[in-house]
Write a protein that binds this ligand. Structure first.
Ligand SMILES: NC(=O)c1ccc[n+]([C@@H]2O[C@H](COP(=O)([O-])OP(=O)(O)OC[C@H]3O[C@@H](n4cnc5c(N)ncnc54)[C@H](OP(=O)(O)O)[C@@H]3O)[C@@H](O)[C@H]2O)c1
Length: 248
């Protein structure tokens, strides 16, 4: 039994070694579920899993995989649970350091598509026969998908279109598919050193609540959509941005 008396569920969180993914994995593990975290860096993943297991007995398994590489995805399938109750696609990033001209544009657009679209699509589509009745797929995109934001925003918006068809296809299996679209979230690796105090203040000023987000804010939204009680919500985009962009 999980902490709240419900059945223990098998959870897979991509990008679960850092930032938002780690916050999501932590919440599920603290609730007593079996959690697999996926990412490329072995040391980062193992440190995260060890930290959660040590002294707390949480059930967290690290699985190393480059989710934009179809060979890697194929190879990793045997290391993931046979039945999956919740898949959270949180892996993703944004490339800023690319060259000029058409070759730079190609690198940026292809890179953002690979980092954000393929990391979610290759794994989710490969796992579609493993989702349990009552299963949940939650994919993390961005306010940039709704507001505009170059190749990064476009790649996240592609996930919105994909999620609509995924929800239609998996609905009859009892599986819901939803999006959480965060605004600025501090305390992750996403911005590197670009999120200095001045930039944080500027971004906080764009919200209605006067602060930027925390990984736990996004985790709370994901946990709602992944909960057994959220079975009548599917094909939805849940913004989590402190009012930076209002819902419509
Ligand atoms: N922070 C924000 O302000 C913000 C706002 C809106 C949306 N988001 C989105 O939120 C998600 C999580 O970002 P974050 O802020 O938590 O940043 P983060 O700390 O950089 O987390 C991204 C995670 O994705 C993993 N990852 C990246 N590429 C991967 C690949 N090809 N295969 C497997 N794993 C991969 C990374 O691990 P490895 O490098 O070890 O693979 C890392 O653990 C991303 O999708 C991001 O676009 C973030």
């Amino acid at each position: 039994m999980a902490e709240n008396g419900t059945a223990v569920r098998d959870i897979v969180v991509t990008g679960g070694g850092t930032g938002i993914g780690l916050a999501i994995a932590t919440r599920f593990a603290e609730d007593g579920h079996r959690v697999t975290i996926v990412g490329r860096r072995r040391d980062v993943l193992h440190t995260a899993a060890d930290d959660l297991r040590a002294g707390r007995g949480l059930d967290v398994t690290p699985v190393v995989c480059d989710l934009a590489d179809p060979d890697d995805v194929e190879a990793v399938l045997s290391h993931l649970p046979d039945r999956i109750d919740v898949l959270v696609n949180s892996a993703g990033s944004r490339e800023l350091a690319v060259g000029a001209g058409p070759h730079g544009l190609l690198a940026r657009w292809r890179g953002d598509f690979e980092r954000n679209v393929l990391t979610a699509v290759l794994l989710t589509e490969s796992l579609r026969d493993r989702f349990t009745d009552g299963g949940r797929v939650v994919t993390v995109t961005s306010v940039a998908a709704l507001r505009g934001g170059g190749s990064y925003g476009a790649s996240k918006a592609a996930l919105h279109a994909w999620n609509h068809s995924l929800a239609a296809q998996l609905g009859p299996q009892g599986v819901t598919c939803n999006i959480v679209a965060p605004g600025t979230v501090a305390g992750t690796e996403f911005f590197g050193s670009r999120l200095n105090d001045a930039e944080l203040t500027r971004r906080a000023g764009r919200t209605l609540v006067g602060r930027v987000g925390r990984p736990a804010d996004v985790a709370a939204a994901v946990l709602f959509l992944a909960s057994p009680e959220a079975g009548f919500v599917t094909g939805e985009i849940l913004q989590c941005n402190g009012g930076e962009l209002l819902g419509r």
